[in-house]
Design a protein around this ligand. Structure first.
Ligand code: NI
Length: 178
């Protein structure tokens, strides 16, 4: 188990495009993926991208389990995606609140495509090809943005809806960072 430190906004690596993984064998990726999962779990994250722990490769992990504290929060199966591709299934977008492990303590209202198709390889090299919507689609778009050097504050349309979680949501916020 290795929980790695997460790079925070201001670090140039977070604004850089990550490289395609050329050796997609489980042996090559096992340590990285294990560290990403350990780090995400330790921080109660909804997702994590490799550049966030300082590895500039196109790998993301995400997943949201049932949480008895937040009934009604949609579940997302735990997923590892290597060299992902994301494409919108329609032009329709919706706004939703996001947070990021690289921007701790903050929340922002971010427009995302409502329905997307995503593809990639899992840790065993098997193809993943899913069509998803809503929160699942949002998490995938947030994580894959990290691989293109995009942090969610760049996508906020109105900065009045960007701020400290404790100020925006004094009663608490039922959600996880990615
Ligand atoms: Ni993030």
């Amino acid at each position: 188990m290795a929980v790695r430190s997460v790079r925070r906004m201001g670090d140039p690596l977070l604004w850089a495009r990550a490289q395609e993984v050329t050796d997609v064998s489980p042996a090559a990726l096992a340590d990285l993926v294990r560290d990403m999962k350990d780090t995400m779990a330790a921080l109660n994250g909804a997702g994590l991208a490799a550049p966030q722990i300082g590895v500039p490769l196109r790998v993301v992990v995400f997943g949201v389990g049932a949480n008895p504290r937040y009934p009604g929060t949609p579940e997302i199966p735990e997923t590892i995606l290597v060299n992902p591709l994301v494409e919108p299934l329609s032009d329709e977008q919706e706004e939703g609140w996001e947070g990021c492990l690289s921007v701790p303590g903050m929340r922002g209202l971010v427009p995302r495509y409502r329905r997307v198709r995503y593809r990639g390889l899992d840790i065993e090299g098997a193809a993943i090809d899913r069509e998803v919507e809503g929160f699942h689609a949002r998490v995938v778009q947030h994580e894959c943005d990290h691989l293109d050097g995009v942090l969610y504050p760049s996508r906020i349309r109105d900065l009045r809806f960007f701020g400290f979680e404790s100020v925006l949501f004094p009663e608490g916020f039922a959600g996880a960072d990615g």
